[in-house]
Design a protein around this ligand. Structure first.
Ligand code: TTP
Length: 268
């Protein structure tokens, strides 16, 4: 909790309380979660917590209909620049949840890497022009092909990503949503866009589908039962000293000697 204490001293706000209400879930002891908290808190603080404009929207959950409406706009924007890209909604919505705190997307493309590197910035520029983004934080990739997977079950990944607050226009929804205030024409929604190299897509998809507890258990199983290391980028066999390739999640489960577990069965 030291992190929150220092944030409270720095900003004079109930950091833990505000962040818990924005995120809803997670264990404050984990590195990955703390990074997510940091981003969320930065978003909140940069907009002024006291009169925080989007606070009401962000504490109300995202419905599946809202997530699907965001998905249509994400795909439209991504395909405008990279028509062969694969865009997959991950996180809780891929696990079949009806509500979430944010909407996560994994983007990958078999095409050229140069176009990929520029994609998220191009999407942000387009959305800024269209007035569809309220805030964004673009994190550059620190991915290295030969790096061994992390032994920490909660380690951060090294993909390029964009944490943003999306401005979803009401007309993009077919039906009225219970969380929308009367007369409001848009809703602020937390969105994460993650860009991964094409050959890592199965590992990234598995990692970003969650749940966090499921991922921790799977990584501990890989380490203790199979002498392998699994993270969002790769699976490494310590006995054979080789990286095990996978094009699908099914192949990762097979490498681990496990039957395939469907995303909706990963809500541990
Ligand atoms: P979240 O979107 O934080 O969580 P969620 O979709 O399961 O639940 P909710 O929206 O209802 O709070 O993360 C989705 C998965 O992505 C989670 O299992 C952990 C993983 N993840 C990473 O691998 N790296 C990251 O930096 C973050 C933020 C999440």
């Amino acid at each position: 909790m030291d992190y929150f204490v220092s944030m409270e001293m720095e900003f004079g706000v109930d950091a833990c309380g505000h962040v818990s209400s924005l995120l809803g879930t997670g264990s404050p002891s984990t590195e990955g979660w703390l990074f997510h908290v940091h981003v969320t808190l930065s978003i909140a603080l940069s907009n002024g917590l006291s009169g925080f404009l989007y606070y009401e929207d962000l504490v109300s959950c995202v419905t599946r209909a809202e997530a699907e409406a965001v998905s249509v706009l994400v795909k439209e924007a991504v395909w405008a620049f990279l028509p062969d890209a694969f865009v997959t909604m991950t996180g809780g919505f891929r696990r079949g949840k009806k509500m979430g705190h944010d909407v996560d997307f994994l983007i990958t493309s078999p095409g050229s890497t140069e176009d990929e590197e520029q994609l998220l910035q191009k999407v942000m520029n387009l959305w800024e022009k269209k007035g569809l983004v309220l805030y964004y934080d673009l994190v550059e990739s620190t991915f290295e092909k030969l790096r061994l997977p992390s032994r920490k079950v909660d380690a951060l990944d090294h993909f390029q990503k964009c944490f943003l607050i999306f401005k979803l226009p009401r007309q993009r929804l077919d039906s009225d949503q219970p969380s929308w205030q009367e007369g409001k024409t848009w809703k602020a929604i937390r969105v994460d866009l993650v860009m991964c190299p094409y050959e890592r897509r199965a590992f990234a998809l598995l990692g970003w589908t969650g749940s966090r507890q499921f991922e921790r258990d799977l990584r501990r199983y890989a380490t203790h039962e199979r002498k392998m290391i699994l993270d969002n980028h790769a699976l490494y066999d310590k006995t054979k000293r080789i990286f095990l390739k996978a094009e699908t999640e099914e192949e990762i489960f097979a490498h681990l000697g496990l039957d395939y577990i469907e995303p909706w069965e990963r809500n541990a």
